[in-house]
Design a protein around this ligand. Sequence first.
Ligand code: GAR
Length: 195
Amino acid sequence: MLTVAVLISGTGSNLRALLEAARHPDFPARVVVVGADREADGLAHAEEFGIPSFTVPWHEHDSREAWGEELGRQLAFWNPDLVVLSGLMRLLPPALVAEYSPRLLNTHPAFLPEFPGAHGVRDALAAGVSETGASVIVVDDGVDTGPILAQERVPILAGDTEHSLHERIKPVERRLLIDVVRAIATGELALTPTP
Ligand code: GAR
C-alpha cells in the first residue's frame, strides 16, 4: 500500500477528493497525514476522515529553509512514499525538493508549461486564450517546471470569472491526481529521478 502525505494551504477540495478515493478498500494508496503552512480550512477534511494533520506556520519561521526544515521533520515522522502538494501555495526549499523528488507531486490549474506560478487561472484569463487546463507534475527546483505526469485541456467559456473557471478546472485536477496516485501505487507509472 502506497502511503501519501498531502500538503495544502487552502480549502483542500482536491485533498478531499483524494481522501474519498483512498478510503475505498481497492484503492492502492492511503493518505497517512495532511500538512499545511497555515491554519488552512482544508485541515477539517483530514479531521473528518480521521487522518492526522500538522501545521508548520510559514510566518513563524525566519526563512524558507527554516520552514522547510521543520516541514521535513514532520514529514520524516510519517515517512510517506509520496508527497502531494495539493494547493500548497509555497515553494519548498531545494533541500526538501532534493529529499523527496521525484516522489513529490504538484497539481496545477493550467496546462503546463503554460501559466505556471501562483495565479495560473487568473493568468490564463488575462491572456485571452480559449482554453487552459489542469496538470499533475513532479516537483523540481523550478516553479512548475518538473516532468508532466498527466494533463488535460479545459475550455474557457464566455463570461468565465477566475472563480467559475477554477471551479471547472478543479474536478479535472482531482481526476488526474487520483489516476496518477493510483498508477504510481500499482507500478503502472514509474517515477524516475529528474536530471
Ligand atoms: C488547486 O487548483 C491547485 O491546483 C492550486 O490550488 C488549488 C487548490 O484548491 N494550486 C496552485 O495553484 C499551485 N500553484 P483546493 O484547496 O480547493 O484543493
